[in-house]
Write a protein of this length. Structure first.
Length: 357
């Protein structure tokens, strides 16, 4: 039996406690990983995670990482590059939470550090592991619904994440809805369709970070789409892809469900996805375990395999960098979102504060 992969968790905030910790416990029970070290400057967060992993040592800063095989960097985004590069230079593979870095330049430095160290760098874009996302990709690539004509993605609600860091609301820290929810959306769209040929972006930031934004994307393949994201207004949380012979849709909170309709067929379907167990004339169906929690388990299995066997992770540093490139393109092309409730003087002031013409 292979020895467990020794794991350190850098950053013990909400993402670590809600998602990484349960996934690590699953793999720890299976003997796949062993949690060795917990790192966080906040004694409250550190204490809460230490209660879950009492055998792990605790540190206030990531000063000694060489005893690890894998570091999970779940600190605020402004520290991702610093913590990731430190781990890689110590000879430790890294799974870095999204967004990969605050800037493309930082992401490129992280990739260079991984190449120099000869260690795995993976990015925590767990939606790639959701059955619904994989099925959407397969259906669109298959052409069973014809050619893609357009898509619409709308996500968001009133912000209720139990943040313990100001990074969510600081411009210099890469805060705002674009880098938070948007990185997941842009990552999947990039994985499916490649880089957009043209980007138009608008948001409501007026000197701070955006609570709402709208992205229009055009692709060389001849189709385009719209992405709407919000932190203060409930959105449909639904992606819809309109094709020449039908449509396919996904509610983003349902990791193992899709809806689909075909032209010329009176009724569509709203289905829970299941694994096909065999290829007999009457194949059976098994559960997918398709929730967000299980996507973190699947992500960790993928990264552990990469660490052990030297195989590329599904979401490498280079793959994670692509969504960051689109985010930077959005910020370069930024315009102020239309807010008709503002008067002319307020709009002028909003433009000055937001740094747009």
């Amino acid at each position: 039996m292979r020895e467990p992969v020794r794991v350190g968790l850098i950053g013990c905030g909400a993402a670590a406690s809600r998602y990484h910790a349960p996934a690590l416990r699953v793999l720890e029970r299976e003997g796949v990983v062993r949690i060795v070290t917990l790192v966080d400057p906040d004694p409250r967060s550190l204490g809460e995670l230490h209660a879950v992993f009492p055998a792990a040592s605790t540190m206030r800063d990531p000063s000694a990482l060489a005893e690890l095989d894998l570091a999970i960097v779940a600190s605020p985004p402004r520290f991702h590059a610093e913590h990731t590069i430190a781990a890689l230079r110590a000879g430790v593979a890294v799974l870095c939470e999204k967004p990969m870095a605050a800037t493309v330049a930082e992401g490129e430095a992280m990739i260079a550090a991984a190449q120099s160290a000869g260690k795995t760098l993976a990015v925590g874009l767990h939606r790639r592991f959701l059955p619904a996302a994989r099925t959407l990709d397969d259906v669109l690539r298959s052409g069973r619904l014809g050619t893609l004509r357009s898509f619409r993605c709308a996500e968001g609600a009133v912000f209720r994440w139990p943040a313990r860091s100001r990074a969510f609301f600081e411009r210099d820290a890469g805060g705002g809805v674009l880098a938070d929810i948007g990185v997941h959306v842009l990552d999947l769209l990039g994985a499916w369709f490649g880089s957009p040929a043209r980007v138009h972006y608008e948001d409501d930031a007026m000197g701070g970070v955006e609570a709402n934004c709208r992205i229009t994307l055009e692709y060389a393949q001849g189709f385009g789409g719209e992405v709407r994201l919000s932190r203060d207004t409930r959105q449909p949380n639904r992606w819809v892809f309109d094709c020449s012979h039908g449509w396919i849709a996904w509610h983003v909170h349902d990791g193992d469900r899709i809806a689909m309709a075909m032209d010329g067929v009176a009724l569509g379907l709203d289905a829970t996805l299941r694994d096909v167990v065999d290829t007999s004339p009457a194949p059976g169906l098994g559960a997918t375990g398709g929730g967000f929690e299980t996507s973190f388990v699947a992500q960790l299995r993928d990264v552990v395999a990469a660490v052990r066997d030297g195989t590329p992770p599904l979401v490498s540093g280079a793959a994670g960098l692509e969504s960051l490139r689109v985010i930077e393109a959005c910020r370069r092309e930024r315009t102020l979102m239309d807010m008709p409730w503002l008067g002319a003087g307020e709009v002028a002031r909003a433009r000055r504060l937001g740094g747009v013409a």
